[in-house]
Structures are given as C-alpha cells and as structure tokens.
Write a protein that binds this ligand. Structure first.
Ligand code: PLP
Length: 392
C-alpha cells in the first residue's frame, strides 16, 4: 500500500509507559523477586482500593491475562460439560473460548444495534435448562445493560461473569464496573487496553469460595503460592496439589507496571474523554453513525471509538480503511463477529441471519485511533482525514 503523506504513520494504538513505571520495573529486576511476589500483592490491594476499598467485600486476583481470569472464574463456578454459557457474538474470541476450555457450550446472541452491547432480550430467548451463566462484554467501554442482565440472571438462577476487558473505569448508575452484583468481573491489561502491564488481568469477586478456588487454580492447583511458600515462618518447603491447576499468575515485573498505570486511570480517562468528544463534535455532520454516549452521570471508558458508515457514505468500509492507511492513519475493526469465524460458525452451524444487528454493524464499522499518547495534532489529523474522505 503506498502512502500519500509525508507524516509518520499514526498507529492505531500505543501504550503510555512513563518513567515511574520504568523505574518500578528496574527496582523489581534488582530486587530478586521477578515472578509473583510483593508487587503483585500490592497491585491487588491497590486495585481493591481503586474499587472502593476492603469495605466493598471484594477480592482481587492478579492473573497473566483477562483470558486466564475468565477461565478461572468460570472454572470456579463449576461450569463444565453439558452446560451452556450465553455471550455476545460481537466480541473477541477470548470471551467465548474459555467456555470451550471447560467442555461447556457457547450460545452466541445478537447485540442491541444502538449500543453494540449484548441484547438482554436475546439472552432471555436463548436460555435453556442447560444454561448456567451469562458473560456480558462492556463493548468499547460502554456498560452493557447490567440492571436488566442481573435481574434476568437472578430470575433464572444464572451466574454472571463480566468481561470488563474494555471497562476500566466504566460506571453503571454511578458504580464502577467491578463493584456490581455479578459473580465475578475480569479486567484486561493487554498492551492496547486502558491501562497495561504488557500482558495481565485482574479477576474481581465478592464470592469468597470463588476467590479461594481461583487462587489455587491460578498456580498449578497448589494450596499455597510461591511467595507464601518462601517467606512464611511455617515450613517453607511444604505444599499440596489439590487439583490440576493452571499457570496464570501475574509476574512482579508486570505488576510493577500496573502499580503506576493504576494511579493514572483518572488522567488517562480524562484524555480519552477529550479525544472522544472532539471526534464526536467534528464528525457530527458526516454520514457516520457515531458511538453512543453513556447514560447521564455515567462513565464510558472509551477503550475504542467505533464509527459506522451510513448508507449515504461515499465509500465502502473497506475502501475507507484503505484510504485511512494510505493517509498514514492506523485503524481496526472490532470485531469480526464470532459467528463468522470458521471455528464458531462450523461448531454451532451459525448463519449471519441469526445475528442481523452484529452482522450489519460489522459490515459498516471501524475503530479510529484513540489513546492517551495522541497529541492534539494527531487528533486533528484524524479529524481532517476522516472529513476529507467522507465529504468526497
Ligand atoms: C482484550 C480482550 C480480552 C482478552 O484480554 P487478554 O488480557 O488479552 O487475555 C477479552 N475480551 C475482550 C472483549 C477483549 O477485548
């Protein structure tokens, strides 16, 4: 693809890592504790403080990815062969693949075309006697309809595990995602998420039994983790294996990043909101469907800024993306719905007609760059390019 600009390429996403993060990583490297240790513990404690402190009754369990956290949460809830878990087709495969790890079946449902979040009515219609859990995704950082989903789950005796990979710091009726009445919530600290540890995640729950099981399964099914083993005063060499667990612990090197990223959530959020506002005001007159705003008083994490081309747009989505790349602007599509991927399509015999809203949104959508390291000139460059391409 040839470029029609002399400006450097503007990537779709970049992490913002500061000197404090770098110094903390160096301190970790010099400390001797490079794997799970005091910094991972402190990151968990700080995360609880961020969510409102120990009085919330929440526990945080640091893991090496959100995928790991989702797997641990569903495993601890006893999801297994014969069970069904309902989630949205409009997500990343990680949301659903963990259900298959456990031998249970995934039931994909369509989205609300206004919010692109899982449609509670579609969830209700998909419930069978085998249904055990719902996994909503707070798409792009806008909260799913949690009041409706939690009420539905209560009515049908279902568990709820929130995929909050996009949702730091999203709120619902003034409450942070992570503090709602679901069974567990899982955040991602992947490189392009609203805070990053390179790879990492946090499982948050009020369910003490779920937390106990997840902590054991996070590290090989050991009854005590390595940090306790080497620092406790009781015999340090003794442990018991109580299950064939996983290797999902977060390293102190990663947690070192997380400690400082977490302190910057508010500043990052303000920058993301400012960029989203600028885009929405600059694109208001274009043939674009702009991303929905959160309910009054609530927060959108603005992990993604997703626009959809209207019928009146002068070019197709694919050509639009190609022109943006030619102008040196990276963009992406979130997501190719799961029902279009060979594995999910073939395993469950899925057809696009079963998911008309996700299908239509997918065909017209793209995600524009939105990250804290974008300077105002970067934002204005995206604005000017999008306007030039869509005004014909
Ligand atoms: C990024 C992402 C995940 C997976 O997060 P990892 O930390 O990379 O495992 C899961 N669900 C959604 C919706 C995501 O965007």
């Amino acid at each position: 693809m040839t470029s029609d600009t002399a400006l450097p390429f503007l990537p779709f996403a970049l992490p913002e890592i500061g000197e404090e993060e770098i110094a903390e990583v160096i301190d970790t490297l010099r400390s001797g504790w490079v794997t799970t240790g005091p910094k991972a513990k402190r990151f968990e404690a700080d995360f609880i403080d961020f969510l409102g402190g120990p009085a919330t009754g929440l526990e945080a369990i640091a893991v090496n990815s959100a995928t790991a956290g989702l797997h641990l949460a569903l495993e601890a809830l006893g999801i297994g062969p014969g069970d069904e878990v309902i989630t949205t087709t409009h997500t990343f495969t990680a949301t659903a693949e963990v259900v298959r790890y456990l031998g249970a079946d995934v039931v994909l449902v369509d989205i609300d075309p206004a919010t692109l979040n899982i449609d509670p009515a579609a969830v209700e219609a998909a419930i069978t006697p085998r249904t055990k859990a719902i996994v909503p995704v707070h798409y792009a950082g806008l909260a799913a309809d949690m009041p409706a989903l939690l009420a539905l789950a209560r009515r049908h005796g279902l568990k709820v595990v929130e995929d909050a990979a996009h949702a730091l710091p999203t709120t619902v009726q003034g409450q942070l995602v992570g503090t709602l009445a679901s069974d567990a919530t899982v955040f991602s600290f992947y490189a392009n998420k609203t805070i990053t540890t390179g790879e990492g995640g946090m499982l948050v729950t009020r369910d003490a039994e779920l937390a106990r099981r997840a902590k054991v399964m996070r590290l090989h099914g050991m009854s005590r983790d390595a940090f306790d083993r080497f620092t406790a005063t009781v015999p340090s060499w003794y442990y018991e294996i109580v299950a064939p667990g996983f290797k999902y612990n977060l390293t102190d090197i990663a947690a070192a990043l997380g400690l400082h990223q977490l302190k910057r959530v508010e500043a990052f959020q303000q920058r993301r909101v400012a960029i989203a506002r600028r885009y929405s005001e600059a694109f208001a007159d274009l043939p674009l469907l702009l991303p929905p705003e959160p309910a009054a008083g609530d927060r959108h994490a603005w992990h993604l800024y997703v626009v959809r081309l209207a019928d009146a747009a002068p070019l197709s989505r694919d050509v639009f993306i190609e022109r943006l790349f030619q102008a040196g602007i990276g963009c992406s599509v979130h997501y190719i719905p799961l029902h279009l991927h060979p594995y999910w399509r073939d395993r469950y015999g899925l057809q696009p007609a079963q998911f008309p809203h996700s299908q239509r949104a997918y065909e017209r959508m793209l995600s524009l760059p939105l990250y804290t390291r974008m300077c105002d000139a970067d934002v204005e460059r995206v604005v000017a390019t999008v306007r030039r391409l869509l005004q014909g």
